[in-house]
Structures are given as structure tokens and as C-alpha cells.
Design a protein around this ligand. Structure first.
Ligand SMILES: *Cc1c(COP(=O)(O)O)cnc(C)c1O
Length: 416
């Protein structure tokens, strides 16, 4: 089987000459092992996702939210995956593929540290040496994840260029890869980058909707009316949507971070949001043509979100294409709404969601009337990693439903 590198006008392979051999080798491996299941690759992937990852994961009816919204709300519980988020589906798939390709070393970038943590876990599990590139600003902000990566035996390489965040970390990882392609695989963290990454990462994450589509039919004898997932780069989104794309009666909503505002400050080069599907323009970033937050000169702008995992100026090319085709509806909710939804899900259902995930529930809270009778929301991850941020941000705002967090502030930071 072979694959097309484009989704409409998006996608492609915009990489320097030095990376082309690596990209070609990877494309060949993707087609043979993932698409054609050569040497039983996909069977081993599924088996490890069951035994190490804990799949299949439940599709749970949310009793309190269903009553509150007078809508049947079902939760796909990716927060129960080993590591606490959907990221392992991709990290384990790619590290296993690297083994099949005969590679001996794993590298990855990380922003908030979630992808780095998942990659470090997968590399330890499969006995591969692993190095993670992380901006020094992010290292300072996300210390617990740095400890997790190191504890799993990974090296963490600080990136000091630019703002020291995700964009620079990706560039630095690509530079390493260009030097080391012979023995190294680069595990990219979302459905972004040059072909075959967007298709390959989607295929690993598609376990989410493969299970959910069967589970909802078992439970309701029908397909859902709507499916919601938050979108940063869009990997949990594509994983949750993939097996529903052909079901025309199912509406798909990609919920982006509206941040503090949808307007931009061109002078400062800042977009106070990460809503690239809703407000972005076409351009090239990290090897692919896609929708990007950029100013009128085509400069990539800094993004913002209260949730670090959604804070990225680009988005996966397939998702951008599905939006242009009208198959996926791009929507967004702001920081305040996401924080309220964080508290709502925690109090009503006993599930503390990741702040990324809380965006999808913010949309549900505001728009449940228009979503039909049955809705599935992807719970992309759990929120333990966000508690410090939530304590800080909740204290700074006037939210309707937040508990009193002041006791934590009195104790002081750093205890989590
Ligand atoms: C990383 C992350 C996201 C955003 O990444 P996508 O590629 O857009 O899925 C969303 N939710 C959680 C819990 C994450 O860790």
C-alpha cells in the first residue's frame, strides 16, 4: 500500500535536503509495517497497548452531566491510559516502529513535557536509549515532567535558542535527526510535521475511535450525534474522529484554545490564543503546509493558552483539510470557560481533567443544546499535572463554580 503525502493543499514534505533520506526511509517503514502489518507489527503494537497501556479503555456514561444538560453524554476515558493521557498511543507506536526499523536511539521534542514523558516511558519499556529536547523556559515551568523523564532513564537536553519553548525544541530535534538519521528515530508528538508523520500518528491514535465507535453502538445501538475533542496539534482529535469521518450523520467538533481573546496584537507578534483552525492562515511550519497563526507578513506568531498542551501556533494538516471541507467544525472556548469546565467535571463526575481536555467540556457546557441527543467527549488526559496552574489561575479569577483554593496559596507553592 502507498500513501499520498497531501490532504488537499495541506501537508507535504517541506524539509531540508539532509532530512530527505530519513523521511523516505520512514515513509517506506510506515507503509510496510503500519499499513501492511509486515512481520505482525500492528499485532505487536495492539498487544503492547493492551498489556502495557491498559487498552481497551472504557466509554463511560457521564450520569450527572447527562442530567444537567438533558443530553446523553459519554466519556472516552483516555485519561486512564498508562501515563495519564492519549500520548502513549503514539509514543509506543513510534518507538516500536523504530525497533522494527533497526534504529538504536530515540529522540523527541517536548513542550509541556507530556510527550517527552510518554516517549521516555515507551523507550524504557522497549529498552531504547532516549534523549528529549526541551526549551529551558519549559524546563523551568514543567519540573515534575522533567523529573519523570529522567526517572525513566531519558536524557533531557535544554534548548536555549529563541524563547526556549516548543517551537525551538522541535527545530533542535530536527537538527539532531539530520545528523544522526542512520541510527536514530525522531518521535514527533502530534499529527504535525512532514509526511508520513501526520498519517502515522493518526493511525496509532485511531485506536481511540476504533474502540469508541464499537462501544457507543453496544451501549445505545446507534452512532452518536456529535463527537467533541480538544485540538492543539490535533492528535487526540484525529484519533477520536478518524473512524467517524465517513459517518455523515455524526458531527465532529475540534475545540481549540480561545485563550484570553481571539484578536491579535500584530505589533507585538502575539496571538493571545491558539485557535489556528478558526483564525489561522495557510503557511509552512515544521515540514508541512497547514493553518498557522501568523501576522500579515507571514511571521509565525506566539500563541497563548492557559493549557500548555494546546499552546502551539500550528495544527495538523489533515484536520485543517477536514475543516476546509466542512467535515469538522472548528470551535473554541476561552481560558475562563475551560477553567470552569475543569471544576465542573471534577465536581460532577469525580474526574479531574487535563486543562487541554477541559476545553472540550467548556464547549459542551456552552453549546449542549445544539449537539443532538448523544454526545461523546474525548477525555484526552487527567489533570494532576495542572493542579498548580489551576490553583494559581482560579485564585486570579471570578469563577462561578470554583472551590476555595486559598488554603493552597497559604501553604505556598511547590508542594505538588
Ligand atoms: C498534549 C495534549 C493535548 C494536545 O495535543 P493534541 O495533539 O492536540 O491531542 C491534549 N490533551 C492532553 C491531555 C495532552 O496531554
Amino acid at each position: 500500500m502507498s500513501t499520498d503525502s497531501k490532504f488537499g493543499e495541506y501537508g507535504g514534505q517541506y524539509v531540508p535536503e539532509a532530512l530527505m533520506p530519513a523521511i523516505e526511509e520512514l515513509t517506506d517503514a510506515y507503509e510496510r509495517y503500519v499499513l501492511d502489518n509486515e512481520d505482525g507489527f500492528m499485532d505487536e503494537f495492539r498487544e503492547r497497548m493492551a498489556d502495557f497501556g491498559g487498552r481497551p479503555l472504557p466509554l463511560q456514561r457521564a450520569d450527572q452531566l447527562s442530567q444537567r444538560y438533558d443530553t446523553e453524554v459519554y466519556l472516552k476515558r483516555e485519561d486512564l491510559l498508562h501515563g495519564g493521557a492519549h500520548k502513549l498511543n503514539n509514543a509506543l507506536g513510534q518507538v516500536l516502529l523504530a525497533k522494527y526499523m533497526g534504529k538504536e536511539r530515540i529522540i523527541a521534542e517536548t513542550g509541556a513535557g507530556q510527550h517527552g514523558t510518554a516517549t521516555a516511558m515507551a523507550a524504557a519499556h522497549l529498552d531504547m536509549p532516549c534523549e528529549i529536547y526541551m526549551g529551558e523556559t519549559d524546563i523551568a515551568r514543567q519540573r515534575p515532567n522533567v523529573f519523570r523523564m529522567r526517572t525513566n532513564g531519558a536524557e533531557v537536553n535544554p534548548v536555549t535558542t529563541g524563547r526556549g519553548t516548543l517551537k525551538e525544541a522541535i527545530s533542535e530535534t530536527m537538527r539532531d535527526w539530520a545528523r544522526t538519521v542512520e541510527n536514530t528515530h525522531y518521535v514527533i508528538g502530534s499529527v504535525v510535521g512532514p509526511h508520513p508523520f501526520p498519517s502515522m500518528v493518526r493511525d496509532f491514535q485511531a485506536l481511540i475511535s476504533e474502540e469508541a465507535r464499537e462501544q457507543i453502538q453496544e451501549k445505545t445501538s446507534d452512532l452518536p450525534d456529535s463527537v467533541l475533542a480538544c485540538a492543539g496539534g490535533g492528535s487526540n482529535t484525529m484519533g477520536m474522529f478518524h473512524n467517524f469521518v465517513e459517518d455523515e450523520t455524526v458531527d465532529l467538533y475540534a475545540v481549540e484554545a480561545g485563550g484570553s481573546s481571539l484578536s491579535v496584537d500584530e505589533e507585538e507578534g502575539v496571538a493571545p490564543n491558539s485557535a489556528s483552525l478558526s483564525t489561522g492562515e495557510e503557511g509552512v511550519l515544521h515540514g508541512a503546509r497547514t493553518k498557522l497563526l501568523q501576522d500579515s507578513d507571514g511571521q509565525i506568531m506566539e500563541s497563548h493558552s492557559v493549557s500548555a498542551g494546546l499552546d502551539y501556533a500550528g495544527v495538523g494538516p489533515e484536520l485543517a483539510h477536514l475543516v476546509d471541507e466542512g467535515r469538522v467544525e472548528p470551535v473554541n472556548v476561552d481560558d475562563d470557560t475551560a477553567l470552569e469546565a475543569f471544576h465542573r467535571l471534577s465536581q460532577d463526575e469525580g474526574i479531574i481533567p487535563a486543562l487541554e481536555t477541559a476545553h472540550a467540556f467548556g464547549y459542551l457546557e456552552e453549546h449542549h443544546d445544539g449537539l443532538g441527543e448523544t454526545v461523546i467527549v474525548n477525555v484526552s488526559g487527567r489533570g494532576d499535572k495542572d493542579l498548580e496552574t489551576v490553583i494559581e489561575e482560579t485564585g486570579n479569577r471570578d469563577l462561578d463554580n470554583a472551590p476555595d483554593m486559598s488554603i493552597f496559596r497559604e501553604i505556598g507553592g511547590g508542594m505538588l
